[in-house]
Design a protein around this ligand. Structure first.
Ligand SMILES: NC(=O)CCC(=O)C(=O)O
Length: 266
């Protein structure tokens, strides 16, 4: 499979409309890839909390429409990153969209772990409830978003649902770049899965972004990593390596199931 991760520079000097236009043409340029991945909340910026409500869109809003067309023009599976979604219940969600090569919306994942503790996304957006996996001809995708990367139980749930390739759009800050690389490798090793993690470049809301989008194989080897600026990171990988790694080093089979989860501290 050939995958292209589009590490987009997200900054307030460019309008949402102009960025959407620019990203659409970048996606179209990826014809020949099998899978294209965009970052988290690339229209607004993941830390631009004050613009979430103004820029929120219904699931099938302007970003959906332009990305559906770009996926079919390029003939690629497109993980279009995430949008600030205005749900039919009126709440906001951080929702990622996956399109088929014919431009159909195949899956939507509402981010489960919201970042910010008692501020920002954590209070402005609702939490997703559902794990999402998608069967492609070559592999089964598992969807997660940014801060989710810190929660291994979510990824284990995706693996239990058949995932072999884990897609993680993000808006990860430079301040914690070492965690980004470490966690991407950890999720790959412990789940014996590919991890394709696509972040943003630039600075928005005063938060410099880490960039350094990364592709890790099921053995934990880094197949490719971007630099700090806007970049198209292209990588070829054999998705069957998840199954062979699991056969040859069958650690997932040694899981002890049914352990009582520790109680959450008061
Ligand atoms: N947008 C996010 O989820 C940021 C996550 C983050 O900064 C971290 O986990 O560290």
């Amino acid at each position: 499979m050939r995958a292209s991760l589009l590490q987009i520079d997200v900054n307030e000097g460019e309008s949402v409309e102009s960025r959407r236009h620019r990203v659409t043409s970048l996606v179209r340029d990826q014809a020949g890839a099998d899978l294209v991945v965009l970052p988290e909340l690339w229209t607004t910026g993941a830390f631009a909390y004050q613009s979430f409500a103004d820029e929120a869109e219904p699931l099938e809003g302007p970003t959906h429409d332009t990305m559906a067309k770009a996926a079919s023009d390029a003939g690629v599976w497109l993980h279009a990153g995430s949008i600030p979604e205005r749900g039919t219940d009126g709440s906001l969600y951080n929702t990622s969209l996956l399109f088929s090569p014919s431009g159909d919306l195949t899956a939507a994942y509402r981010k489960i772990h919201r970042f910010g503790f008692d501020k920002g996304e954590a209070v402005l957006m609702g939490a997703g409830q559902d794990l999402v996996t998608v069967r492609l001809p070559e592999t089964t995708l598992g969807l997660a978003t940014c801060y989710d990367l810190r929660f291994p139980e979510l990824f284990r749930g995706l693996v239990d649902s058949g995932a072999e390739t884990l897609l993680v759009p993000a808006g990860w800050p430079e301040r914690r770049r070492s965690h980004w690389t470490l966690l991407a490798q950890a999720r790959a090793v412990e789940n014996q899965a590919f991890v394709l993690a696509c972040g943003t470049a630039g600075t928005h809301a005063g938060v410099p972004q880490a960039g350094h989008s990364i592709v890790v194989d099921p053995w934990g080897e880094v197949l490719a990593q971007a630099g700090a600026g806007e970049e198209v990171l292209t990588v070829e990988f054999d998705p069957a390596k998840a199954a062979t790694t699991r056969e040859q080093f069958p650690a997932l089979k040694d899981r002890v199931l049914g352990l009582d989860p520790p109680r959450r501290p008061e």
